[in-house]
Design a protein around this ligand. Structure first.
Ligand SMILES: NC(=O)c1ccc[n+]([C@@H]2O[C@H](COP(=O)([O-])OP(=O)(O)OC[C@H]3O[C@@H](n4cnc5c(N)ncnc54)[C@H](O)[C@@H]3O)[C@@H](O)[C@H]2O)c1
Ligand SMILES: O=c1ccn([C@@H]2O[C@H](COP(=O)(O)OP(=O)(O)O[C@H]3O[C@H](CO)[C@H](O)[C@H](O)[C@H]3O)[C@@H](O)[C@H]2O)c(=O)[nH]1
Length: 344
């Protein structure tokens, strides 16, 4: 069935993964309606459908927007996602990520919307019992951010059991890279993720990189992660949305590649892609950093009939580098507005 004109509500569509998913939705013929407070997102990233500015905690506004656009379903990215911040201010995370999602789900229930795709995370596994991590691995988060996402999964299960929700939780591993056309990309403030920090160190726009530990139980002593290209993640969301619509239920799927990459590998490949040295030094381990997090994504491959096709490390770094070059050329007013927003 063609998707022409089918509206989909995308909370957090002004953020990194949300904006890329809006592009993928538009390419698949849907109309993505972004609902975002812009507290950590960027209005310039909303290019593929309308923007409705509003907060997750504002149930009345959510109901009005749902009523106005009559979406077929909701893809829910809006959340806070800094592990360190969540440890210092847990209530910020439980309020925004848990109470905010409950408010959204209530608005959906009142308006009769059941189809729901949720941004969960590998952080729900904590320090995993086994690697690669499959979906049946025990979920024992080790920080409030991971707990907040696991709590939402529980809420989703309960709502599905009550017949109110037809939902899929997508547990992402490490999102990275940027849109191939460099129209959008990662623009967090502050930036804490390895790949933009390594590229920024090579470019000279970020301080030298600190590698968090070289004494991990891994072949080169640095942490291993499963980096998945943001465009592959976006395609998986479109596939997950298409899979809902058959009636109430809950499923959870790991979105990763199944391949582990070390911090050392990232530094080496960054040097190769940029042709520049990556100034770096070795520091202590980061608190709460598991040595290795690698997905077993076979269930997602089978369920969604999807496979990552943009996620080799060189493509991730090339697209992120192209975006960084492009971002620097943004009009000064855009950069000034962003800087002012970051300072608030
Ligand atoms: N980036 C990753 O590697 C990664 C990994 C696993 C899971 N996730 C999850 O994926 C989702 C998207 O991550 P991202 O990196 O794109 O984050 P992001 O910060 O770039 O985007 C989040 C967006 O949500 C909006 N938002 C936050 N709270 C809101 C509220 N109360 N009301 C309305 N809008 C609000 C922000 O303004 C922002 O535009 C998050 O839920 C995150 O926890 C991300
Ligand atoms: O300056 C840095 C930044 C990161 N790293 C290392 O690089 C790897 C990747 O770190 P990121 O901060 O980029 O990503 P995380 O694996 O910590 O975070 C990911 O998993 C988290 C849950 O654990 C959240 O879901 C988060 O949004 C998601 O990006 C880690 O081994 C980290 O120790 C460094 O060595 N130096």
């Amino acid at each position: 069935m063609p998707n022409d004109e089918k509206p989909v509500l995308v909370t957090g569509g002004a953020g990194y993964i949300g904006s890329h998913t809006c592009k993928a939705l538009a390419a698949a013929g849907y109309t993505p309606i972004t609902y975002d407070s812009l507290c950590r997102g960027n209005a310039w990233a909303v290019r593929y459908g309308p923007l409705e500015v509003g907060d997750l905690m504002d149930g009345e506004r959510l109901r009005d927007v749902i009523h106005k656009h009559a979406p077929i379903g909701v893809i829910h990215f809006a959340a806070f996602s800094y592990v360190g911040e969540s440890t210092g201010d847990p209530l910020l995370y439980y309020r925004n990520n848990v109470a905010g999602t409950a408010t959204l789900l209530r608005a959906m229930q009142v308006e009769g919307i059941k189809r729901f795709v949720f941004s969960s995370t590998c952080a729900t596994y904590g320090t995993p019992e086994r690697t690669p991590i499959d979906e049946d691995c025990p979920q024992r988060p080790i920080n409030p951010y991971g707990h907040s996402k696991l709590m939402v999964e529980q809420i989703m299960r309960d709502c599905a059991r009550a017949g109110h929700l037809d939902a899929i939780a997508l547990r992402y591993f490490n999102a990275a890279g940027a849109d191939a056309a460099a129209e959008i990309g990662e623009a967090h403030n502050p930036e804490t993720h390895l790949i933009p920090l390594a590229l920024g160190a090579a470019k000279g726009t970020c301080p030298p990189l600190t590698v968090f530990g070289d004494d991990h139980d891994t072949p080169d002593g640095t942490c291993i992660r499963d980096y998945i290209h943001v465009s592959d993640l976006s395609d998986a969301h479109v596939a997950a949305l298409a899979r809902t619509g058959k009636g109430p239920g809950f499923d959870a799927l790991n979105l990763g590649t199944g391949t582990g990459v070390s911090v050392r590998d990232v530094i080496d490949m960054t040097r190769e892609i940029t042709g520049r040295e990556v100034p770096h030094s070795y520091g202590p381990r980061r608190k709460g950093d598991p040595s290795a997090l690698v997905a077993d994504p076979s269930r997602a491959f089978a369920t969604l009939d999807w496979k990552p096709s943009h996620s080799d490390l060189s493509n991730i770094l090339q697209t992120a580098w192209a975006w960084m070059e492009r971002e620097r050329r943004m009009p000064p007013t855009t950069r000034l507005a962003q800087a002012a927003k970051g300072a608030r």
